[in-house]
Design a protein around this ligand. Structure first.
Ligand SMILES: [Fe+2]
Ligand SMILES: [Fe+2]
Length: 387
C-alpha cells in the first residue's frame, strides 16, 4: 500500500466478499510509486456506485520517535506551534480571497502536533499556556487544538481521530472572520445588535465549513465542533436550539478547551487574565451544567492546579516556574518547578526541583507551593523560562 501511495481505506458499511475481492484486485493492479493512484481508485469506486468504501492518499507524517533529546523535542514542538499559527492565518486569508485551502498541510501539521503531544505533552501544553497579547485569534485557535488533542489523548481517542480533533480545534472559530474587528475588539459594552453578530459565529462557522468541499470526510466533525462550541452540556448557550440534540464528543471537548483558553489569557478588555485555579474551580462548579463532568475531571488533571508556566512562591521563600505537572492526580499540587534566582538585575533559571521530594529526617515535603504570583509584577517573561 505504501508503494502504491494508498494511505487510507475506510469502510463505512458491511462489505460483501465479492466486492472486497474486486477491491483487492483493483488495489493490486495499481502502478507502483504513482502518487495519484488514490484518485483512480476513487473514480473506479464511484463508477461502480460504491459509497461504503473510501480511499485516501498516503500522507507522510513525521513518525519520528527520534526526539529522545528533550531539547530537540521542545524545538520540534515550537516549530509545530508556530507553523500552526501561520496555517490558521493562511486559511483565513484563503477563505477571504476564495482560494482553495491546503487541507493536506493542515492535516499534516496536526498529525505532527499529535505526535508531539504523545511524546511529551508538556512541551506543547506549555506553549499553549504562555499568555500572549498579539494576534489573540490565531494563538487561541492553536491553543484550543492543543488542549483538545491532549485531552483526547488522555481519554483514549485513536491517533487518526486526534488529528481530526486538532483540526476541529484549529477551525472552531472560523466563523469569527465574518465579525467586524470593531466588534471583536470593542472595549465598551456591546449593544444587543453587536451581541447578536457575535453569537452568530458558530452557525456562520458551520456554514463556512459546509461550503469548503476539500475537507472531505473531516467536514462533519468540523461542522459539529464549530456549531456546538458555545453550547453547554445542558444545551443552553448559543445558538439557540429548536430541537434537542446530543452534543458530539468533539463538540464537548472543543467547548471545554475553548472556555479555558479564553479565560486564561489577557484580552483587550481584560488586562489581567483569571488565574488558572479560579477557572478550574469554576469548571468544577459548572460541571454537569456547562460541561461534561467526566471531561472536566480529565481536563483538570491534565492542566494541574498549577499549570505549566505558573509563577509560584514556595514555603522556602523561593520563587519558581512550573515546568511539569505530575501524572498522579493525588500529587496535582506538587509539580516540577524551575527555581529562579535574582542576579545582575534580572531573574535567572536556577535548579529544577520536584516538589514530591520528601525530607528524610522530618518525613515532610521538602518544598511546597504557598501561592501563585503575577509574573507582570516581577517583570518576568515566563515564556523565556519555558521554551
Ligand atoms: Fe467561539
Ligand atoms: Fe474560541
Amino acid at each position: 500500500m505504501v508503494k502504491k501511495w494508498i494511505g487510507e481505506l475506510e469502510f463505512t458499511d458491511e462489505v460483501q466478499p465479492a466486492l472486497l475481492k474486486d477491491l483487492v484486485y483493483l488495489l493490486a493492479g495499481l502502478e507502483d510509486n504513482n502518487e495519484s493512484n488514490y484518485l483512480y481508485v476513487k473514480q473506479q469506486l464511484e463508477l461502480k456506485g460504491i459509497q461504503s468504501i473510501s480511499v485516501g492518499k498516503l500522507e507522510f507524517y513525521k513518525e519520528e520517535d527520534l526526539y529522545v533529546d528533550s531539547q530537540k523535542q521542545k524545538q520540534y514542538s515550537k516549530e509545530v506551534y508556530f507553523k500552526s499559527i501561520n496555517l490558521v492565518k493562511e486559511v483565513v486569508d484563503g477563505i477571504k480571497s476564495q482560494k482553495v485551502i491546503n487541507i493536506r498541510k493542515a492535516k499534516h501539521l496536526m498529525q505532527n502536533a499529535v505526535n508531539s503531544v504523545m511524546q511529551d505533552e508538556s512541551a506543547l501544553l506549555g506553549l499553549a499556556n504562555i499568555k500572549n497579547y498579539d494576534e489573540y485569534t490565531f494563538n487561541h485557535s492553536v491553543n484550543v487544538a492543543i488542549y483538545a488533542i491532549a485531552l483526547g489523548q488522555r481519554i483514549g481517542i485513536p491517533k487518526k481521530h486526534l488529528c481530526h480533533l486538532g483540526m476541529a480545534g484549529l477551525f472552531h472559530d472560523i466563523g469569527k472572520m465574518r465579525i467586524p474587528q470593531e466588534i471583536l475588539n470593542k472595549k465598551e459594552k456591546l449593544s444587543p445588535e453587536e451581541w447578536a453578530v457575535i453569537r452568530a459565529h458558530p452557525v456562520v462557522g458551520a456554514e463556512l465549513v459546509i461550503q469548503m468541499k476539500e475537507w472531505g470526510e473531516l467536514s462533519t466533525r468540523l461542522i459539529n465542533a464549530a456549531f456546538e462550541h458555545h453550547l453547554k452540556y445542558d444545551l443552553t448557550g448559543y445558538p439557540r436550539l429548536s430541537k434537542k440534540r446530543n452534543l458530539t464528543l468533539f463538540g464537548k471537548i472543543i467547548a471545554l478547551s475553548d472556555f479555558y483558553d479564553a479565560l486564561v489569557r489577557p484580552r483587550v478588555y481584560r488586562r489581567f487574565p483569571y488565574v488558572s485555579e479560579k477557572i478550574l474551580g469554576f469548571m468544577l462548579e459548572r460541571a454537569n451544567k456547562d460541561f461534561d463532568p467526566a471531561l472536566v475531571k480529565v481536563f483538570i488533571n491534565m492542566i494541574g492546579i498549577f499549570p505549566l508556566g505558573t509563577l509560584v512562591l514556595l514555603n522556602t521563600n523561593e520563587m519558581g516556574i512550573v515546568l511539569q505537572t505530575q501524572e498522579d492526580p493525588e500529587l496535582i499540587d506538587r509539580p516540577k518547578v524551575c527555581l529562579l534566582y535574582y542576579s545582575g538585575g534580572e531573574y535567572r533559571k536556577g535548579k529544577i526541583v520536584d516538589l514530591r521530594e520528601i525530607d528524610e529526617n522530618t518525613r515532610l515535603f521538602k518544598k511546597s507551593i504557598v501561592k501563585t504570583l503575577d509574573p507582570n509584577e516581577y517583570n518576568l517573561n515566563v515564556a523565556e523560562f519555558l521554551i
